[in-house]
Design a protein around this ligand. Structure first.
Ligand code: HMG
Ligand code: MG
Length: 299
């Protein structure tokens, strides 16, 4: 039983751009990307990340990005905030929704946020409290849900444990990240089933990277399990600085094309989304990794 509506969460401006080596992408280009996404009808845009600029230089202009957005009614503009310092900066910019990010693998947690899983949950507690006091909604990510670049296999029960901890802390939605893109459909289904024994499935989102070309198949598989929120990056931008070999997120255009073919509503205009993928990949001189984008642009 597939959902009738899928909420697409666009992570291109954050997950897509955070990993770009070389020159820092200008704030103007990021803002134009965000504005074009909103104009295409994207309801939720993860626009920036309040992390250490030493760790992730591309996100160093989070403040300028979040304050420079010309907000469109009905669109959520979110940012990552791994700790109180990040959340305080986000609050100063008037951010209305943030995300914390943990992992189901100890090694990845250390490499990504410099602490253990347990320590990360302790750090998130005051973030949740302060967010609540400011009426800011918090999304929670779990990374390495289908494998870890350092530890290999990750047990679905471990994913469920971290997802439940974030949910119990007050995250309204838990996004399950296949950070390295190693998952396959039946594994993805099994993982979602394990998590949904602890967190209601309508509170779960799917976040697939396409390193092994499995992302669309995995998305279809988890739609069958009841998930109806899907993260993606326009143009298939991205990767993860702490996950060697991780390719971009699944391309938003490709997800949208598949959803349209399945008769699932999203509220997004495919032609405008394709033009946005073309805009950002040509602006930063990267190949367009959306198959749909390539097919349509060749017309
Ligand atoms: P730390 O070094 O343990 O933190 O880093 P610290 O508190 O000891 O601070 C060290 C320095 O960082 C200090 O500066 C702080 O001020 C500064 P110094 O005194 O050395 O000049 N600092 C900050 N600066 C700006 N904003 C902040 C902030 N916090 C501390 N919020 C920390 C801990 C988490 C900050 C660090 O490890 C970090 O920034 N990591 C970045 C991780 C990251 O962005 N990863 C990518 C996003 S996650 C992802 O992509 C996965 C996802 O897509 C899902 C999936 O695919 O699985 C979400
Ligand atoms: Mg990611």
């Amino acid at each position: 039983q597939l959902p009738q509506f899928v909420r697409m969460v666009e992570v291109g401006p954050r997950d897509g751009l955070q990993n770009e080596a070389g020159d820092v992408i200008s704030t103007e280009i990021k803002l134009e990307l965000i504005h074009r996404l909103a104009d295409a009808g994207v309801p939720y845009i993860e626009a920036a990340s309040f992390v250490s600029p030493k760790w992730v230089p591309q996100m160093g202009d989070a403040q300028a990005v979040m304050t420079g957005i010309q907000r469109k009614a009905g669109v959520t503009y979110a940012a990552l905030t791994p700790n109180l310092k990040g959340l305080e900066s986000a609050i100063a910019c008037g951010v209305e929704e943030v995300a914390v990010f943990g992992a189901a693998s100890e090694a990845f947690s250390q490499k990504n946020i410099n602490c253990s899983i347990a320590e990360s949950l302790e750090r998130f507690a005051p973030v949740m409290e302060l967010a609540k006091a400011h009426n800011i909604r918090v999304r929670g990510y779990v990374s390495c849900t289908l494998g870890c670049p350092y530890e290999g296999e990750v047990a679905p029960e471990k994913v469920a444990e971290v997802a439940k901890a974030l949910y119990d802390m007050g995250c309204y939605e838990i996004s399950l990240g296949d950070t390295v893109g190693v998952g396959t459909p039946l594994k993805a289904k099994a993982m979602v089933r394990a998590v949904s024994r602890h967190v209601p499935v309508d509170r779960l989102a799917a976040h697939f990277h396409d390193t092994y070309g499995q992302a669309l198949a995995n998305i279809y598989a988890v739609l069958e399990e009841g998930i109806s929120v899907v993260d993606s990056s326009v143009g298939g931008l991205g990767g993860c600085p702490y996950a060697k070999g991780a390719a971009g997120n699944v391309a938003s255009e490709d997800v949208l094309y598949m959803l349209q073919g399945l008769g699932i509503e999203t509220g997004i205009d495919l032609d405008k989304l394709i033009a946005t993928g073309q805009f950002i990949t040509s602006s930063i001189n990267r190949p367009n990794r959306s198959k749909v984008g390539l097919a349509r642009c060749a017309d």
